[in-house]
Design a protein around this ligand. Sequence first.
Ligand SMILES: O=C(CO)[C@H](O)[C@H](O)COP(=O)(O)O
Length: 227
Amino acid sequence: MAQINPSILSADFARLAEEAERVGGADGADWLHVDVMDNHFVPNLTLGVPVVEALRKATDTPLDCHLMIEDPDRWAPQYVEAGAGSVTFHAEAAAAPVRLAREIRAKGARASMALKPATPIEPYEDLLPELDMLLVMTVEPGFGGQAFLDVMLPKIRRTRRLIDKHGLTMWLQVDGGVSAETIERCAEAGADVFVAGSAVYGADDPAAAVRMLRRQAQEARPAGCAH
Ligand SMILES: O=C(CO)[C@H](O)[C@H](O)COP(=O)(O)O
């Protein structure tokens, strides 16, 4: 089942509760993607734990927190305590990714790891069973509205093959430039969770955009795929 996670990076930060509402409801967002940026790991600054706590109270949609921050080993557990249902840390930033994934899971959230475009999946093959999701970035992290990097499609395919080879049920997420023009290629390559910021919040009807993206992804999935 294809999941669509609108990124609040493209939402109106002065009205986050209403923006969450605009993509929620039946057939709406599967998760709300919350981009946490610290101005060090990426050259942009967004929000932190108090905003995640406030969002948790403002919406029933589960929160998928993507930490684009340094030292996630120290900070990620606080996002679980703040109410995130899934916490993604970056492979490039984590000092002890296995220990961190186990801590996130032990605290009750899904553990996920992200790879920047230049980071290969292969060195992390043995870590996959420790994770509930792997995020392949399809833009350089830091900003919404960037063009989708087609050169990431082979990495999505290789990651899907590794997940299937190990018989894992973990999810494969893509984030960056995902839109009506690019989502089918991602789904064909094996992604099953799609983050979309500008393609959802830039639409006249964001909830309809979520439904359309989900339908496109669902129809583009390889025939007979287990994910
Ligand atoms: O992680 C991100 C940027 O670092 C965003 O989630 C992502 O770029 C979504 O925005 P868009 O769909 O407009 O590309």
